[in-house]
Design a protein around this ligand. Structure first.
Ligand code: FE2
Ligand code: FE2
Length: 174
């Protein structure tokens, strides 16, 4: 049985994941406006992944018969001053989300909520990957490389990992 505090934190996290999805859509649109189609495709995929993260948490709440309340999704502007600012905002967003999961893991531990803790493991692992990916993109753009040429260095869609939903697998390998 999930505690009230864990249920509240997970409901809030659905809002963070959907807001991250919106943020990545904005970055995708920014790149698409500059005809950087592979950059746009990368961020469209990321947006879809974040949506799947939100759905995964929603499913966990439902499986645990916990109350569900969907928070507001934050607006996202496509008005980035440049590509470096856009990818840096993505890295900052991932770092913020990582600290949210860290805080939830501490909460689950304090509450001896071992099922909650186990559920969070997948996200804690995923965040390491997400931060590393965005950090590489920041380095790539900061190198000053032509953004059209840089497209060949974008990470390929990765295969569905353990615990990934079918929709996630489809989103990553359309
Ligand atoms: Fe996420
Ligand atoms: Fe993410």
């Amino acid at each position: 049985m999930l505690s009230q505090e864990m249920a509240t934190a997970l409901n809030e996290q659905i809002g963070s994941e959907f807001s991250a999805s919106n943020h990545y859509l904005a970055i995708a649109a920014y790149f698409a406006q500059g005809s950087l189609d592979d950059w746009a495709a990368f961020f469209y995929r990321q947006a879809e992944e974040e949506r799947q993260h939100g759905l995964k948490i929603l499913g966990f709440l439902i499986d645990n018969a916990a109350p569900v309340s969907l928070p507001a999704i934050a607006a996202a502007s496509t008005d980035f001053p440049n590509a470096l600012a856009a990818v840096t905002s993505a890295l900052e967003s991932e770092r913020r989300v990582s600290s949210q999961f860290d805080a939830m893991a501490v909460l689950a531990d304090e509450q001896r909520d071992y099922q909650g803790l186990q559920f969070l493991q997948w996200f804690l692992r995923e965040q390491v990957e997400e931060e590393a990916t965005m950090s590489k993109l920041v380095d790539l753009v900061a190198s000053g490389i032509n953004l059209f040429q840089a497209q060949q260095f974008l990470p390929a869609p990765h295969a569905a990992t353990d615990g990934a939903t079918e929709a996630e697998a489809t989103a990553q390998n359309p």
